[in-house]
Design a protein around this ligand. Structure first.
Ligand code: ZN
Length: 298
């Protein structure tokens, strides 16, 4: 009896160990740590080049031991310097693999124009949610992809200068547009942008540019969310939102946007700080995106 019980326990342990080894899981707490790190550098905006340099170094250093390749692409737009980072994880086995892009903006808005306090509206935001959270999900996914190479080639792209929209007449998504211009032959089969995904009351409805121009990817993502019983994905129509997916959709590349809507109270204000973030929200988004990559069929 004792021998049988021991044998069963050994079997269970071996099965568990194998499962854990074969499929490392996304860790929302680890993603939250990546937010804390980014916020500690200060606002990542054009008037703060030191914080921007620290953030670029942090992203690269985190990815260095994990990715197969990392490319730094610098650009200039109307006198503003910008840096996009592009890390790749090759499919195993290599060959005629499908290619998926996962993207997030790493810059933060230089003004808190939605702040309740008028005196703070010309100050930069911390961007724990609006900026750091998307990057954090990508960096944690990088750990998962390195431990268990995906069946598709995955590109993690970190865009600069997303959040300059309507400041001095500048558009949104400068970095994403520059990325497309700089890489005219880059045609991933599908893409997902993650933006503002850490809030405790996270709500991700179906953003409408994504739904009209890449509906099949949306349906796949929402089916996975339903299967995982995710509470943050809402199977309802959102609005059309300008974000880093739009330049890709305009270029005919099917990229969707996972973004919090209605925008949280702390949006574009001094209240966009780490204490508004939840590792559980990050976990749900990370689990769905990971599953999308692991099971991707064109
Ligand atoms: Zn923003």
């Amino acid at each position: 009896m004792r021998k049988t019980l021991t044998g069963m326990l050994v079997t269970i342990f071996v099965l568990y160990a194998n499962a854990a080894w074969a499929e490392p899981q996304f860790d929302g707490k680890q993603a939250l740590e990546h937010i804390v790190s980014q916020v500690s550098f200060g606002p990542r905006e054009p008037n703060n080049p030191r914080a921007k340099q620290k953030t670029v170094s942090f992203i690269k250093q985190t990815l260095q031991p994990l990715a197969d390749r990392i490319t730094t692409q610098q650009f200039s737009y109307k006198g503003l310097p910008g840096t996009n980072l592009w890390a790749s994880f090759d499919a195993v086995p290599e060959g005629k693999a499908q290619r998926i892009m996962l993207g997030a903006h790493w810059d933060t808005r230089p003004q808190a124009e939605k702040d309740r306090n008028p005196a703070l509206r010309n100050q930069p935001i911390s961007g724990a949610n609006d900026g750091a959270s998307g990057v954090a999900v990508l960096l944690e996914l990088a750990r998962v992809f390195a431990a268990n190479p995906p069946p598709v080639t995955v590109d993690l792209v970190f865009f600069d200068l997303e959040d300059m929209g309507n400041i001095n007449g500048l558009p949104y998504s400068i970095g994403a547009s520059q990325f497309i211009t700089a890489n005219p032959f880059y045609r991933p089969n599908a893409g997902i942008i993650v933006d503002m995904v850490c809030a405790k009351n996270l709500s991700i409805p179906r953003e409408q540019y994504s739904q009209s121009l890449a509906g099949e990817i949306m349906d796949t993502v929402w089916a996975i969310a339903k299967q995982q019983d995710s509470q943050v994905f809402k199977d309802s129509a959102g609005i059309r939102i300008m974000d880093d997916h739009v330049p890709f959709l305009r270029a005919g590349i099917k990229v969707i946007d996972l973004i919090h809507y209605p925008f949280p109270d702390h949006w574009h204000s001094s209240a966009d700080t780490v204490d508004k973030c939840s590792s559980d929200s990050l976990q749900q988004v990370g689990d769905v995106v990971q599953q999308f990559v692991a099971t991707y069929k064109p």
